[in-house]
Design a protein around this ligand. Structure first.
Ligand code: FES
Ligand SMILES: [Fe+2]
Length: 444
């Protein structure tokens, strides 16, 4: 459990909050490049760390992320005219470039130099791997981008699935570093006899109470969840948390799986989850995310239907199956033998439990067990880093070390008694290919 004060410090990310200050030390995924498809295209409302911002692509193709309220008298720049290398407020025609400079003030006399004194808040943006990254921090020269492998794949090899979660970012993130829920929420109705011997899933459902090993790392924390596999072997699920809000879940095969998820706080009560995975290079083109998409209806569906985007602050990437329709829970299905939760889609199963905790769960009420070891560790690291920044100005982990993000996660069988950290060192390195390892676990 956490005290009320620690819970507040952990969850709140607005300007001036300790965790908000911590996040602002890093580059933040702000939106997809494809949301701004062309020069002078429609601007997009973006809520980021509790700040209302307008994203636009100017005539030269540069991306700007500017304060919502026009510095003149506060009209929303969302309604601005995007042309001639700037966003022009429709109220009195003031025009701003991607750096926030006022480049035209047509309602003032030509001899006035007032426009040189007015500046809008605008955050530096760069594009890489289909994401627009923004730096909202205090430095004049931003730090380097983190060396996240999935975000640096050749064009077309990365699948990005953004989706809105209507809860605090930490609640969503914690759902992903808690391995034991998979054996219940997602696969609770799958019995060992439903699965093929030798698959990761077989071992998962044979022993639903894995043991955990958790270690601090220079980028955050790593866990290995382990349980018995075939005679003489142990099935290890190895996963990472990286500052400030990334997870690399233990999906797929360690050494092949290239995946990083970003749990980006829009505000304290809304999160944009960016699931980023490398598509497999086998003939199916199937993402390497899950080796468990069998034909049986016992397996959760992966493709969550989405609502069309709107221009609302929270109108982007909304799942159609959501709290408003009770995630389409089917009680008859739940009563049967086929689906533990009665909720059809895997990601929806996660959302249902995470959002049902409320926008910000009061963690003073919880009862943490040994399966929550990684959750406890990650909270501790985040709180310690936020405090160190607040009290001593300590730069948090990874900000100036982009190379510490070069990691992979996944599942692996190791001989009993193996040293899980030493013996997976090569497999955990990003940007290294392993043709000697089968690409996929056998399908169930
Ligand atoms: S409020 Fe924007 S130009 Fe006046
Ligand atoms: Fe899950």
């Amino acid at each position: 459990m956490l005290s009320h004060e620690d819970n507040e410090m952990l969850c709140r990310v607005g300007p001036g909050t300790p965790m908000g200050n911590l996040m602002r030390q890093y580059w933040i995924p702000a939106l997809l490049s494809s949301e701004l498809p062309d020069p002078d295209c429609d601007p997009v409302r973006v809520m980021l760390l509790g700040e209302k911002l307008i994203a636009f692509r100017d005539s030269l193709g540069r991306v700007g992320l500017i304060q919502n309220h026009c510095p003149h008298r506060g009209a929303s720049l969302f309604f601005g005219r995007n042309s001639e290398c700037g966003l022009r407020c429709v109220y009195h025609g003031w025009q701003f470039d991607v750096y926030g400079n006022c480049i035209d003030m047509p309602n003032e006399p030509p001899e006035s130099d007032f426009k040189n004194k007015v500046k809008a808040v605008a955050y530096p943006c760069v594009e890489r791997g289909g994401l627009v990254w923004a730096y909202m921090g205090p430095r004049k020269t931003p730090p380097p981008l983190p060396d996240i492998e999935v975000n640096q794949l050749p064009d077309g090899e990365c699948l990005i699935q953004p989706s809105l979660a209507e809860c605090n970012w930490m609640q969503a993130l914690e759902g992903e570093i808690d391995t034991s829920h998979a054996g219940f929420l997602h696969f609770g109705s799958i019995m060992p006899e439903d699965t093929q011997e030798g698959t990761f899933l077989h071992y998962t459902v044979k022993d639903r109470a894995p043991r955990y090993a958790v270690v601090d790392t220079e980028y955050g924390a790593m866990y290995g969840a382990y349980r018995p596999a075939k005679p003489g072997y142990v099935y290890w699920r190895i996963a990472h948390f990286a500052f400030p809000f990334y997870t690399q879940p233990p999906e797929g095969v360690l050494g092949h799986s290239v995946i990083t998820n970003a749990w980006v706080p829009m505000d304290d009560n809304h999160t944009m989850a960016y699931i980023m995975i490398r598509k497999n290079k086998d003939e199916t083109g199937r993402p390497s995310r899950l080796p468990i998409q069998g034909t049986s209806h016992k397996y959760p569906s992966m493709q969550v239907p989405m609502l069309p985007n709107t221009t609302d602050w929270f109108g982007r990437f909304r799942p159609a199956v959501n709290a408003g329709n009770d995630y389409l829970i089917d009680r008859d299905v739940q009563r049967g033998q086929d689906n533990y939760s009665g909720i059809k889609y895997l990601a929806t199963q996660d959302r249902a439990v995470q959002e049902s905790m409320g926008p910000i769960y009061d963690r003073s009420q919880e009862h943490l067990a040994s399966s929550d070891t990684m959750v406890i560790r990650v909270r501790r690291r985040l709180l310690a880093a936020a405090r160190a920044l607040l009290e001593k100005g300590t730069v948090p982990p990874g900000v100036d070390q982009p190379e510490v993000y070069r990691n992979r996660s996944g599942g692996v069988l190791l001989p009993e008694g193996a040293d899980w950290i030493r013996d997976t060192e090569e497999l955990r390195k990003a940007f290294v290919e392993h043709p000697e390892i089968p690409l996929q676990q056998p399908q169930p």
